[in-house]
Write a protein of this length. Structure first.
Length: 267
């Protein structure tokens, strides 16, 4: 971390916001890293993001010249959603299982995955790695391989029968499927991938796309060597999330109710 003393106000925000208390004051009251900080810093960028005057640079960030204020997207308060907008956006999300016969442009998919990279992860590890089908043909091939595994191992006979009748209950005829994998020996790979998938699903929702967890594929991919080879899952990686993606065939007109959330309060 580097603080530009010409503009630093010595407000202490970067000290307060550092998750591991790695920033201290020097003799003049300016922020600096502790001597052992390089071994502990997780490069989360809190210090850069919180500085009110843009005085902090973090050279360790994974960008060409270190993360500087000029390389960070500014927080545009004009784009800040109201609580009412957030409520409708979140409660209006649906798990979509019927799709238009239309592929999603590659640049749109890439943007969604870039947004998913901002999901929280243990120690900012960002372990989620994605494998995404470009075409409906590739997506259907994975669905067929999943059905074959189920048929061979006498799993979910109803799903297998539906496939034989031309009804895809695996990936629901979606044009794309995205599979998240990560090293099994990470801090919290399952939780981290699930959070990345949740961000991906919400980003898709914001762009007018539908998504749904592909639980059958996800579970079968963990034990089916053929599917793991087809996906290119590295040795030592687990499959922790799978989402189908595409343009919804139908638009929902209202938000269904939910039962009250159970809460236990402590005083």
């Amino acid at each position: 971390m580097f603080a530009d003393k010409d503009i630093c106000k010595r407000c202490g925000a970067c000290l307060d916001e550092c998750p591991f208390d790695l920033i201290v004051e020097d003799r003049e009251g300016f922020p600096k890293l502790r001597p052992a900080a390089k071994k502990t810093c997780i490069n989360c960028g809190h210090c850069v993001a919180v500085c009110p005057v843009g005085a902090v640079t973090l050279p360790e960030m994974p960008v060409t010249a270190g993360l500087s204020p000029a390389q960070c997207a500014p927080f545009d308060r004009e784009l800040k959603v109201t609580p009412e907008q957030a409520d409708q956006f979140l409660s209006g999300r649906r798990s979509v299982r019927t799709y238009k016969d239309k592929v999603v442009p590659g640049e749109v998919l890439e943007h969604l995955f870039s947004v998913s990279g901002f999901a929280p992860s243990a120690k900012n590890g960002q372990p989620a790695r994605w494998i995404v089908t470009r075409t409906p043909e590739a997506t259907r091939r994975l669905a067929g391989m999943t059905v074959d595994y189920m048929a061979t191992n006498s799993i979910m006979p109803g799903v297998v029968k539906n496939w034989a009748r031309g009804v895809d209950k695996i990936l629901h005829g979606a044009p794309h499927v995205a599979v998240a994998h990560a090293p099994e020996d990470g801090f919290n790979p399952a939780e981290d991938c699930a959070l990345a998938a949740a961000y991906l699903e919400l980003a898709a929702h914001a762009h007018g796309l539908g998504a749904c967890w592909a639980g059958f594929l996800m579970e079968v991919a963990e034990g089916c060597c053929n599917i793991r080879r087809e996906l290119g899952i590295p040795e030592g990686h687990g499959v922790y999330a799978a989402l189908i993606l595409g343009y919804p065939k139908y638009r929902y007109k209202r938000i269904p109710t939910r039962r009250p959330v159970e809460i236990g309060w402590l005083d």
